[in-house]
Design a protein around this ligand. Structure first.
Ligand code: FAD
Ligand code: FES
Length: 294
């Protein structure tokens, strides 16, 4: 973590906006870039009084000494970051890499599935599988053509790529589960599936692979507070056992995850999150109204 006086923070070297809610930040942190492995995440504090939020390391470049985060502005903190984080500004705190790295095992044919924002975190895994010599089939799902990002990066590391859109404006029309169905039909010898996206999507992916007995790994996103296994905020039910996603995950066997419990727990803070969002809207309105003083 940054100590406020000695360390001026972590420089944002680039920003790219994919849509009006999704944006990318590339941050200079050579040590973190060196240590990062696919599947890991960081905890970020955008400013001194900001909330600590977990974000997946969507890419790392050891030569440039940078890590990349792809963020969806969904509430107070992520919207604040969307407003304030520009190339040349700094993040106050950045801790990581956290979580157990994904196992890039011996599978010879893998399916890497990303839905919406989940496309970003599945990328380092697709690249690592390709580097391990596996045949990689990517399945990317977006609501519509305008939201597509990183198709070029996936084409570079996938042997086959299936793009799905809900409205059929690009690729095949349908959800990622349709892409999975088509991939399995063409390749009954797929050994492993990695699926990252909203819980309901990961649940659908796990159900799509279950009858084929394809090992399926999902990356869970419960609310995290300390990120060290101490607070219990991120507990998830995996089969008969309770695990903490921050230290035991975030990757788990999708066929054992209790997704209904995860989705129920994610709803618990909705009222507080809505209040914080409304206060942020009000603050923005007041700032826009305030007269400029020179
Ligand atoms: C391991 C992990 C990796 C993640 N990676 C990414 C990523 O790469 N990009 C990205 O945009 N988002 C990611 N998230 C989710 C991100 O942390 C939340 O979107 C963010 O905390 C929302 O904060 P907010 O104040 O903007 O919105 P809020 O209004 O506070 O919350 C909106 C929603 O975000 C989730 N959330 C809120 N607080 C937390 C928290 N402390 N921990 C986890 N989830 C929370 C809840 O589902 C909530 O309903 C990840 C979450 C986890 C657990
Ligand atoms: S975030 Fe506190 S135990 Fe995982």
């Amino acid at each position: 973590m940054n100590s406020a006086t000695a360390d001026p923070g972590f420089e944002i070297v680039a920003r790219q906006d994919f849509s009006d809610v999704t944006f990318l930040l590339e941050i200079r942190h050579p040590l973190l870039a060196k240590a990062a492995r696919p599947g890991q995440f960081v905890i970020v504090m955008a400013h001194e009084h900001g909330e600590r939020i977990p974000l997946t390391i969507a890419d790392f470049d050891r030569d440039r000494g940078t890590i990349t985060l792809v963020i969806q502005a969904v509430g107070k903190t992520t919207r604040e970051m969307q407003r304030d984080c520009r190339a040349g500004t700094r993040l106050h705190g950045l801790v990581g890499p956290m979580g157990i790295p994904s196992q890039i095992g011996k599978a010879r044919k893998v399916l890497c599935v990303g839905g919406g924002l989940g496309v970003a975190p599945v990328y380092p895994q697709a690249r690592a599988f390709k580097q391990s010599g596996a045949y990689v089939i990517g399945v990317l799902g977006f609501r519509t053509r305008e939201l597509i990002f990183w198709e070029d990066k996936f084409r570079a590391c996938c042997d086959e790529l299936i793009v799905c859109t809900d409205d059929g404006s690009a690729g095949i029309k349908g959800l990622v589960t349709e892409g999975i169905r088509q991939a399995i039909e063409r390749h009954p010898d797929i050994e492993e599936c990695i699926a990252i996206g909203p819980p309901v999507m990961m649940k659908g992916c796990a159900e799509a692979t279950r009858p084929h007995k394809i090992r399926t790994i999902v990356s869970l996103n419960p609310v995290m507070v300390d990120g060290t296994g101490m607070c219990g905020g991120c507990r998830v039910k995996i089969g008969e056992r309770v695990k903490f996603a921050c230290v035991d995950g975030p990757d788990f066997d999708g066929h054992l995850v209790d997704f209904d419990d995860l989705m129920f727990r994610l709803q618990r803070y909705k009222a507080t999150e809505r209040d914080a969002n409304e206060r942020f809207n009000e603050h923005c309105r007041m700032m826009n109204r305030a007269p400029t003083v020179s």
